[in-house]
Design a protein around this ligand. Structure first.
Ligand code: ADP
Length: 466
């Protein structure tokens, strides 16, 4: 009974720590909107609002074969996309695993590995029965490189890496043109491929969602990291005025919103666990918003709470907890499995702790862990809703309504995540804190294959412009 009471007390404490009230959410939306405005007005702001040089929406008539490679954070995906016009397409894709060491080695080596994966893919999918390439002599396949780290671009086929995020630290890459580096790797493998577009995954998802449904106007990625993109009027991007782009055009804006509230930490509700995640990360101070929201960090937040309770002799007394004390040992995918457990005895939770950490658990503890996972992920989803609401407010989309295309395993696979984002939007836009009764005009949906498809469409749009 004492354990039960102790756990009950603790849970109440964590509930209040991770709770995000509608009032607090509205304050965050206001601060967020101001940060977006500032990023559009001046270069090098906390939320940098990177111009993408993707001009306007696709016509949905784009056609042809395109290769894409997505370097997202956890996996590496290569796709062959055949655009058939009328919004139709076919995708063949392969996934390649990225090892932890590859995120630390020299940047050129990382791109060499990407080119090697492309070569494997081309050999497997683009050769005829005689082993020859299914391309005419001298023909190059247009290639869209989906590179989901903050880059500053001057053209669609160029981009300087501002800084690595999501645990990547490859030397000799920050400040370099990653498109040029990638071309070097393509040459090394003698591939008949021409890098036509360097695309952020959110921009890709934005264009792909609109291609599938023109009501889609905002894109969000909630996977290893977290970011968003939307279509902005060029006349509302003062910082690129000097480029002399026609004021009547539109350009996709890659918000890089993972950086919201970095350095100053004025707005976000950071707990002491969030502070530890930040301080022990490879980039302390940076990506403050992302660190509260994305797949890379949520499991770690739960693990840090559990470690504190181990130190306080509340959990796992007399057991060897060394496995659980390894940083990042608790993947966010496991929180998903815990919340999905429908059994009374929480058999999946028993299995997770026994299998991954060699720990025995009592039923009250398992319920407690699951409740903690829920609190951490609900806060993440509600913060995500604040970001979406900021773009909706900025673009005045509430009245006419819009769809928000979302990519990423956290959004797509975590039980209840989608509903929690929608509840969050209701809390923000509802009347005086009451959730609106009419169906909400802003609806998020899973944008399947978003970044790969989007990158191909952008490569096609670029070709047409040339
Ligand atoms: P990426 O962002 O690298 O392109 P994903 O969208 O698959 O790839 O996101 C990977 C992240 O999602 C990892 O941080 C992982 O912990 C998390 N993740 C994977 N599966 C799940 C799941 N079932 N539920 C919640 N999070 C998951």
């Amino acid at each position: 009974h004492t354990t039960e009471k102790m756990i009950g007390d603790r849970l109440r404490k964590y509930e209040s720590l991770f709770k995000l009230t509608p009032e607090h959410m509205r304050r965050l939306v206001k601060a967020f909107t101001e940060a977006l405005d500032l990023g559009l007005a001046k270069p090098k702001q906390v939320v940098p609002m990177e111009p993408t040089f993707v001009f306007g929406w696709p016509s949905r008539q784009e056609q042809g074969d395109f290769l894409t490679l997505d370097l997202g954070g956890t996996n590496l995906r290569v796709c062959l996309v055949t655009l058939q016009g009328e919004g139709k397409f076919e995708i063949t894709q392969s996934k390649y695993q990225l090892k932890e060491e590859q995120k630390q080695e020299d940047g050129q080596k990382l791109f060499d590995f990407c080119a090697e994966c492309l070569k494997k893919f081309v050999d497997a999918h683009l050769t005829d029965e005689n082993g020859g390439l299914r391309l005419k002599p001298g023909e190059n396949l247009p290639f869209g490189f989906t590179f989901s780290y903050p880059c500053s671009q001057e053209r669609i086929d160029h981009g300087e890496l501002i800084r690595w995020t999501k645990g990547f630290q490859n030397p000799h890459t920050e400040g370099q043109d990653v498109a040029a580096m990638f071309r070097k790797s393509l040459e090394r493998f003698n591939l008949p491929i021409e890098l036509t577009a360097l695309v952020n995954d959110t921009t890709g998802t934005l264009i792909a969602s609109h291609y599938a449904n023109p009501k889609s106007k905002i894109a969000v990625v909630l996977g290893t990291g977290c970011n968003a993109a939307y279509m902005e009027h060029v006349k509302n991007i003062p910082k690129i005025k000097h480029l002399g782009i026609d004021d009547n055009t539109q350009m996709a804006s890659n918000c890089e919103w993972g950086a919201f509230d970095s350095f100053e930490h004025e707005h976000l509700p950071r707990t002491k666990y969030d502070v530890i995640v930040d301080e022990t990360s490879s980039k302390p101070g940076e990506q403050a918003f992302e660190k509260l929201i994305s797949g890379l960090y949520l499991g770690e937040i739960l693990r840090l709470i559990l470690c504190e309770l181990i130190d306080e002799d509340v959990l796992f007394l007399g057991q060897d907890t060394s496995q659980l004390e390894i940083p990042y040992a608790l993947d966010t995918a496991l929180l998903s499995l815990m919340e999905n457990d429908q059994t009374d005895a929480l058999l999946t939770v028993i299995g997770i702790f026994a299998h991954f950490f060699a720990l025995e658990t009592a039923i009250e503890e398992r319920q407690f862990f699951r409740a903690l996972a829920h609190l951490i992920v609900v806060r993440a989803a509600r913060l995500g809703a604040c970001g979406i609401a900021a773009i909706v407010s900025r673009m005045d989309y509430l009245e006419e309504g819009c769809l928000v295309g979302v990519e990423g395993s956290l959004y797509n696979k975590y039980p209840g995540f989608v509903e929690t984002v929608h509840e969050g939007l209701q809390d923000i836009f509802g009347e005086q804190g009451r959730r609106v009764l009419i169906p909400l005009n802003i609806i998020t949906h899973h944008a399947e294959d978003g970044s790969g498809l989007g990158s191909a469409i952008i490569a096609a749009m670029t070709r047409i412009r040339l």
